[in-house]
Design a protein around this ligand. Structure first.
Ligand code: MOS
Length: 762
């Protein structure tokens, strides 16, 4: 495996090591539950033992006998909590199932919280709490009777506005006339986030002011959502979240625990600390719901597509219509000819699903890229050539791409992989007792942008400080934001301090939709430009100024100096001294084109506005091509993935190290999605049964061998002022299809239901 940071090519920045690396590996970084508060009490959650029904009795006697118990919160004494609006209704809550009962909507719903002087006492009391239920038969999944299916047209999908179904031309007619067709059904399983940092919340009141320590992808969202829940003014709430130990979407919205801990801390008059257990995390937060797909493709004899029909089905909870609606992205991916799309949500007795890395594209691109491979087989055409045939700068709706380097990615990855040596015949490539299969698929993710503010200051010493309430969820945000400031102000990157993840800072958008670098970066550029204007204005005027009279446009900030084109310069320290200042500070607000004029005001209220992807005048997406080799053992049928190569184009790359790490991590997740991950459901009880990292399968080091990442240079000045496309959610898309396609090539067995398991290959 090549773990080294790639050498920067055109339009790529230096592989600066992570800003927060030392803090993290030495344990200096304080995660939410590490924060010291005085005299904390400890909370332990009690979650529902049934998936549907009502609480009929609560016996607290045994629990109250445990020493140190301070209070027990149930539906009986928390009915003055206000319902926070659910995400799709424009609110900040991850679910509308927020109450502790008496109605039970899903297994593992929070029904009580015990607060005690120690964690152990709280846990002991929680175990002794006796809750009686009247139980109704739950409906857990697509298989169950009693679920309710609804057309998801018109409901809001992930990070976009509600849209009508995308369709163009007459798909049925085109399919009936097509020379070659594919008609197939695919499915993807439930997945859970399992961030290493558990779902924790610590709340501390000082009078009527509340401080919340919680790992969050959106502190302004959390602040406003909790304010609504406990009925206090948002500005009395301070959310602190400088480090997040994994999130993937699970920490983007307020989950029900936070308001409860804030409420409890106010009642018991002490700070309260909650660390939910791993298994509780499966039901008190969100997850990626299982999906089904009916895909039909039609093409002419030469492989030119004439029709694409895609109907999706997604599981959701009873009250909420969460839906990822990935057809809104896939419908633009190729020149399809006629297109018809539709998505249905199926309401079951489950907790509400939510954002999970690349929500819309992961399941829908798996289905489409598998169907394309099936079509290539029918056409006896190379799958790369099939994609080339249907590649174009315009989609079937006549919309143009701002930039599209898909085939460059395919060509570079194919070359590095040795694809030309592939014998297309299934089962034809062998190595001893191993059947060898090679497969490929497209990775794609919409390039979003959002409003963001930023504050930047530059001192006479050349030290700079940048502050924005965005988040580094392991992505490298600290590092690339620091790099941007350094290059814009002409100071060394080591001299830039970066402060993120705190509601006392200027607001930034949710660390979701791979938007952080675009949004925060654009605000940083603006603030730095304001600083430059002031400094350069000072450099070119005033008595004794070495650059007096030089037009401002000919002065740059470089290596701690103001430098004129002719080489004359003035040291920053001298310049500041002449200006009679120690530092210059600038606050800037960036609102992207296409966002509403009140986008900044809304952001401070916890409501980010997303633009981009397929929503604007042009199609804006990052793209990639992924190739994998699988080996299927002839006798045991075990599947191994010895090598994978991905080539990706995502506009300007600010840091090849953090980018490489994001893309490599994405492909590892993609392999996990293909071969390992699935939350198993007990249909009868509507309960997740492998709710721990021992039984929820993810790859270990031995499962992951060579992963090579190729960064394809791309310039796109239309996407945003920084020129970056999002890439955090790019590389895990398409991998599962590439693996399944490779398994077909190795065995001749087409896997349409993920994950690929031995039993399907026997
Ligand atoms: Mo990501 S699922 O957009 O947090």
């Amino acid at each position: 495996m090549s773990a080294a940071a790639p050498e920067p090519k055109a339009n790529m920045g230096q592989p600066v090591p992570r800003y927060d690396a030392r803090e993290k590996v030495t344990g200096v970084a304080r995660y939410a539950s590490d924060q010291q508060v005085s005299q904390p009490a400890f909370a332990f959650l009690v979650t529902s033992a049934i998936a549907r029904g009502d609480i009929t009795s609560i016996d607290e006697r045994g629990a109250r006998e445990v020493p140190g118990v301070l209070d027990i919160f149930t539906h009986r004494n928390t009915d003055d909590l206000t319902q926070t609006k659910y995400g799709q209704q424009g609110g900040g809550a991850s679910t509308s199932i927020q109450g502790l009962g008496p109605e039970i909507r899903h297994d593992g719903q929070i029904v009580a919280m015990v607060v005690a002087d120690t964690f152990e006492n709280a846990r002991e009391a929680a175990y002794r709490l006796k809750i009686g239920y009247s139980e109704a038969t739950p409906s857990a999944s697509f298989e169950s009777a009693g679920t309710e299916m609804k057309d998801a047209n018109g409901i809001m999908s992930v990070a976009t506005q509600a849209k009508e179904w995308l369709s163009t031309g007459d798909v049925e007619d085109a399919l009936s006339k097509a020379a070659v067709t594919v008609d197939a059904e695919y499915s993807t399983p439930t997945q859970h986030h399992n961030p290493i940092e558990l779902f924790t919340t610590t709340c501390s009141w000082q009078g009527d002011k509340l401080t919340i320590y919680e790992p969050s992808q959106f502190v302004f969202g959390l602040k406003n959502a909790v304010a609504e829940r406990i009925d206090v003014a948002p500005d009395n709430i301070h959310v602190v979240s400088p480090y997040v130990g994994g999130a993937f979407g699970s920490k983007a919205q307020m989950t029900p625990r936070t308001g409860l801990v804030a409420y409890a801390a106010r009642k018991v008059g002490r700070p309260v600390k909650l660390v939910a257990t791993r298994d509780q995390g499966y039901t008190i937060s969100t997850y990626r719901a299982e999906t089904r797909h009916h895909v039909r493709l039609g093409s002419d004899r030469d492989g030119r597509l004439v029709a694409y029909s895609h109907e999706g089905f997604e599981i959701t909870s009873r009250p909420d219509s969460y839906s990822v609606k990935g057809t809104e992205e896939t419908a633009h991916l190729y020149s399809f000819g006629a297109v018809a799309t539709k998505v249905n949500v199926v309401h079951a007795d489950r907790n509400t699903p939510g954002f999970m890395r690349s929500p819309p594209v992961v399941p829908y691109v798996y289905a489409l890229e598998s169907a394309l491979d099936e079509l290539a087989v029918k056409l006896r055409m190379d799958p790369v050539e099939l994609r080339r045939k249907n590649d174009g700068m315009k989609d079937s709706f006549g919309k143009e791409w701002s930039s599209r380097s898909l085939m460059t990615c395919y060509d570079q990855a194919a070359e590095a992989f040795g694809w030309s040596k592939r014998n297309p015949e299934p089962g034809s490539m062998r190595d001893g007792e191993w059947l060898v299969g090679w497969g490929c698929a497209t990775a794609v993710y919409p390039t979003h942008n959002a409003a963001s503010a930023a504050r930047v200051s530059l001192r006479s010493t050349g030290e700079a400080l940048v502050q924005i309430a965005v988040h580094d969820i392991g992505t490298g945000a600290y590092t690339v934001i620091g790099q941007l400031v350094a290059s814009e102000l002409g100071v060394p990157v080591e001299k830039v301090r970066v402060e993120l993840g705190d509601t006392l800072l200027p607001a930034g958008p949710v660390a979701g939709g791979s938007v952080t670098t675009a949004a925060a970066g654009s605000a940083v550029l603006k603030a730095c430009a304001q600083i430059r204007t002031r400094l350069i204005g000072g450099a070119s005027s005033g008595d004794g100024a070495p650059l007096a009279g030089v037009p401002d446009g000919q002065i740059r900030l470089r290596e701690g100096r103001a430098v004129a084109q002719d080489g004359r310069s003035e040291e920053l320290a001298k310049l500041f001294e002449r200006l009679g200042q120690n530092q210059i500070e600038e606050y800037a607000e960036f609102v992207p084109a296409g966002a509403s004029s009140n986008a900044m005001e809304r952001l401070y209220q916890g409501k980010p506005t997303f633009v981009g992807g397929s929503n604007g005048e042009k199609l804006m997406y990052s793209l990639g091509a992924e190739f994998v080799e699988v080996r299927v053992n002839q006798r045991t049928r075990e599947v191994r993935c010895p090598r994978a190569i991905g080539a990706f184009a995502a506009g300007r790359i600010l840091n090849t190290r953090t980018t490489h790490s994001q893309l490599m991590g994405g492909m590892i997740w993609g392999i996990a999605s293909a071969l390992h991950e699935k939350t198993e459901l007990d249909e009868k009880r509507a309960r997740y049964v492998n709710d721990n990292i021992a039984e929820y399968l993810i790859p270990v080091n031995a499962d992951i061998r060579d992963i090579d990442i190729i960064l394809v240079p791309e310039i796109d000045n239309e996407v945003n002022p920084v020129g970056v496309k999002g890439l955090g959610e790019l590389a895990n898309v398409g991998t599962a299809a590439a693996v399944a396609n490779a398994v077909y090539h190795a065995t001749g067995i087409r896997i349409r239901d993920l994950p690929v398991r031995i039993e399907a290959l026997l």
